[in-house]
Write a new protein. Structure first.
Length: 124
């Protein structure tokens, strides 16, 4: 369902795997990114959105994101509050993707991971 050389995947890996104690696990034929055992991002693709990332936005931020045509309610994850960002809808702002990944990560990460993330001596 994906290839390692798919567009956007190497950059998404760079963003997600830069967060403390993260890993990439293939699930449902897709790369998923996890904080410990909990998923915070999925590299997704379907007919309508061939290359996308599915993330859980910070509480209260979902509706604002869905006003932007680059974002959509993904199947399966959507009812749980997740959104998809279609990488093909506009040029990708990787700073924005990093901020969205950070927000999603913060919702599932353990306290020690958050402490490591917020450590001022951590290289960004």
């Amino acid at each position: 369902m994906y290839r390692d050389d798919d567009p956007y995947l190497s950059e998404l890996r760079r963003v997600c795997l830069a967060l403390p104690e993260t890993s990439e696990i293939e699930a449902w034929g897709r790369p998923t990114f996890r904080a410990g055992k909990r998923m915070f991002a999925v590299f997704e693709g379907n007919d309508d959105h061939p290359y996308a990332v599915v993330l859980k936005p910070e509480p209260g931020g979902r509706e604002a994101l869905l006003q932007d045509p680059r974002f959509y309610v993904p199947p399966y994850f959507g009812p749980s509050g997740w959104v998809g960002l279609d990488f093909t809808a506009a040029p990708v702002d990787w700073t924005e993707v990093a901020e969205l990944a950070d927000a999603s990560y913060r919702q599932v990460a353990l306290q020690r991971m958050l402490k490591a993330l917020d450590d001022p001596s951590r290289a960004h």
